[in-house]
Design a protein around this ligand. Sequence first.
Ligand SMILES: [Zn+2]
Length: 420
Amino acid sequence: MRASTLVKELLDLPGIGVSAVAWHGQQLVIDIRLRSRRLTCPECGYSTKARYDSRPVPSWWRHLDFGVHVVIVRCLLGRLECPAHGVLVQAVPFARARARFTRDFEDVTAFLATKTDKTTIARFLRIDWDTVGRICERVVAEDLDEDRLDGLVHVGVDEVSWKKRHNYLTLVTDHDAKKVVWGKAGRDTKTLDAFFDDLGPERSGEIEAVSMDMGPAYAKSVRAEGHAPQAVICYDPFHAVKIVADALDVERRKAWNELRAAGDTEAAKKFKGARWCLLKNPADLDPGQQAVLRKLKRRGGDVWRAYSLKEAFREVFSGDLSVEQAAELIDRWISRASRSRLPAFVKASKTIRKHRDGILAALRLGINNARAEGLNSVVRLIFRRARGFHSPEAALALVMLTCGPITLQLPHEQRSIRAG
Ligand SMILES: [Zn+2]
């Protein structure tokens, strides 16, 4: 076998011939030529035999390593004039538009990004984390399943923070397929409006239920004309319990401040330490925490009343109650909390009353964000890793690669499918 044929086989890139092979330090530089005489637009796939000019454009891509050596593929490309996109450098069959890496290299990178941490990837592939982010974006843009927004019936909308503060993404989950199907930076009504724009009125009309948190932004978008006003809005019991737990925390902090103001620092310190004892599920407390809880009970007062209210609410959702039984308990709880004279609970009771039907709808349909909670914890894990990314789009791309409707395949797996 001739050396150039052997190199061509080793590269295993579609549509090329090999002209020359040379070493440049640790780099194996391979000059190739494209077999097809046609020039293709990288944006739309339009192809022509007509070159725009005779000036060759030197181009290069990094391919998969050969042993310890970095492999660089070089080629002289031509320019074409696309009726839609103007004068452009022609596309190549082995790399994505605007990429400096071959498709194989990018697929391996995207695969690793879903499986391991950033230090490992950067060291193993010898590229920086920002580059990984851009690669993920390109792979998602190409491989995202076009049909993923078809047939959505039960969806969940969540806001997730992807970078320390004030950097939010809105994610839409298909509850039935348990996949993230859509996402966008932001968390207001407009953000979700963009989802319905992508969906179109026909597919929006097929949505039967949307679960969400209790903020007004998403509900406003769902109810808008042409979106999904027919859908039942469901409020996750998990979010409802959190509102009540937050109310308890307000009461605890108030008691702590009062004790501190009264100069009882010893008692104040205990209250501060009691935070987790109060907020955790009592079944999850260790013996020390249980003892703190018993002390609080003996002490009585507002904090203990607040605690009892919180536990009563949480228990509505912890058992196997029917929706009717849950409705009765919630109503009883609302009336108890509204008469509690604990300002935070009076306020919480109003919020729960306002969202009562949505909470019960979530129970009735058995769809709630808590069911996707497993998915959410995966998403949070990804975001923690994606913090070094330059943009929310890159973070979103990593979420789509990991929890979205994409099946990532490594180059050798794609080859075996092709081989049949
Ligand atoms: Zn074009």
